[in-house]
Design a protein. Structure first.
Length: 482
């Protein structure tokens, strides 16, 4: 259930992050457009307009007719990422006119302004098309600007084909603050001789600006496969996990309780691999002990290796550990967008020299369990290589403090009650000392609320007498059930 909840929570966070960025990738606003009228007559400068101010138009060559140009540029649609504009230019050329001038209105009202409120880089795709009615003396000037910087003219002013079109892609670098793009339209008429009769030419078309932003980066998913060694080393706990796609570094967190919210960051991991992170076989400091099920011995750490298309695993060696203490470990994956949620936890503990009592995967002087939770109790003998073969007595005893009941484990692995006097206890085994992997002495055990003591010891020599003042290796835990 915890795994399913963790996965669901991670998916929900990713969906929320994607939804948050989807509406803020680009905010496009469009400002005033064009409706401009220009009139030029004979060889004089133009006269008359529709309220806009113009300056600097070139004069006509010789001619007697009047040329009127009306340009309109407006927005058809704007969904916040794509702006569709329509333009319309009507040119009425009177008989006798010889229009060889470029009508170039001045000021800011001759353009549509498209403001992009996004600071990241993007690609601007511009597409355009036009339909001409009558023979045009040239297309109007329709120009694209990035701020005051000219980017492109969208139509060839000399083109004669009736339906010109085109597309272009412009990468736009990121910058702080807003940026404004302008589409301008101006008249452009050419004739080498005066027209002999009234002409009414028109060109209409559309221009589309599409702002394509790369998807914003998201934090990587929480690492999977987190595993901490159980007694594999006397001076450290090695934590391994699978690499997360998109991660640039990792954080390893630790607690002595199963509570990620109060966990302590073992170190700020700035790079990957970073100090403490090994993308190579684990170092060999700290003796390799007989490991509990699922634990890694020194030669089995395979960080950086992968097979079957799986992501490689990484290892963090936690050397700030205390003996007879169980630690909970979590890992976060990190990239420029932030950190992932906590991974699933795993427990680990450093190895000891001698016997070890393990209750539901926990070691230490004290253990706790909720009433009704089945208990599994393991015993292990670790790192006694220097004394392997010596004849010793093996002892297992327990006390239920709430009832005062004493028990010991006999040679047939049955629990036997006794009066608490050590001379009345019998060894569970007599024989040579050896390393033993964790073996269960109780499985699925449900205890009544109360406080219990469990001891595991060996003493030398092998004489059937438990001597607390002799050569003794002893491990014990106090278990509280509530």
């Amino acid at each position: 259930m915890r795994s399913m909840l963790a996965v669901s929570w991670a998916v929900l966070l990713a969906m929320l992050a994607a939804a948050a960025t989807a509406g803020s990738v680009v905010k496009v606003s469009v400002h005033a457009g064009v409706h401009a009228q220009e009139i030029q007559s004979g060889a004089a400068d133009y006269a008359g307009d529709s309220g806009d101010t113009y300056a600097g138009a070139t004069a006509f060559a010789s001619g007697t007719g009047t040329v009127e140009v009306v340009s309109t540029l407006s927005v058809v649609s704007n969904d916040g990422q794509t702006v569709v504009m329509a333009f319309d230019q009507q040119r009425n050329i009177g008989a006798g006119a010889r229009p060889s001038a470029v009508f170039n209105p001045a000021g800011t009202t001759n353009a549509l302004h498209v403001t992009v409120a996004a600071e990241e880089a993007f690609t601007l795709t511009t597409t355009w098309s036009a339909a001409c009615s009558g023979y045009m003396f040239g297309m109007p000037y329709v120009d694209l600007y990035n701020g005051s910087t000219y980017m492109a003219g969208l139509f060839d002013s000399w083109v004669d084909q009736p339906n010109p079109s085109g597309t272009r892609n412009d990468p736009v670098a990121g910058q702080a603050g807003e940026r404004t793009f302008r589409i301008t339209i101006t008249g452009n008429s050419f004739a080498s001789v005066p027209v002999t009769s009234q002409r009414n030419d028109r060109v209409t078309g559309t221009i589309t600006l599409h702002f394509a932003f790369a998807p914003p980066p998201l934090p990587p998913p929480a690492p999977a496969g987190v595993s901490a060694t159980d007694g594999a080393y006397t001076n450290k706990v090695s934590v391994s996990w699978q690499a997360s796609a998109g991660a640039e570094s990792y954080q390893v967190w630790r607690n002595t309780a199963d509570d990620a919210s109060s966990a302590v960051l073992l170190g700020a991991v700035a790079d990957c691999p970073a100090p403490g992170l090994r993308a190579a076989p684990a170092d060999a400091d700290g003796p390799a002990l007989t490991a509990a099920p699922g634990a890694s011995a020194a030669g089995s750490d395979s960080a950086g290796e992968s097979s079957g298309g799986e992501l490689p695993s990484l290892i963090y060696h936690d050397r700030a550990v205390a003996p007879n203490t169980t630690y909970y470990y979590w890992v976060k994956a990190v990239n420029s967008a932030g950190s992932s949620a906590f991974s699933e936890d795993d427990t680990g503990y450093p190895g000891v020299v001698g016997p070890l009592v393990i209750v539901n995967g926990m070691v230490g002087d004290n253990a706790a369990a909720a009433y009704g939770v089945p208990l599994t109790i393991f015993l292990a003998m670790m790192n006694v290589d220097a004394w392997v073969g010596y004849g010793v007595d093996w002892w297992v005893a327990a006390l239920a403090q709430n009832t005062g009941s004493w028990l010991y484990l006999n040679s047939t692995f049955n629990w036997v009650g006794f009066d608490g006097q050590l001379q009345n206890i019998q060894p569970v085994h007599q024989g040579p000392l050896a390393n033993i992997a964790p073996m269960p002495i109780a499985q699925g055990l449900v205890l009544a609320p109360g406080v219990y003591n469990i001891w595991f010891a060996v003493d030398y020599p092998k004489d059937g007498v438990l001597d607390l003042h002799g050569t003794l290796l002893l491990s014990g835990t106090t278990l509280t059930v509530e």
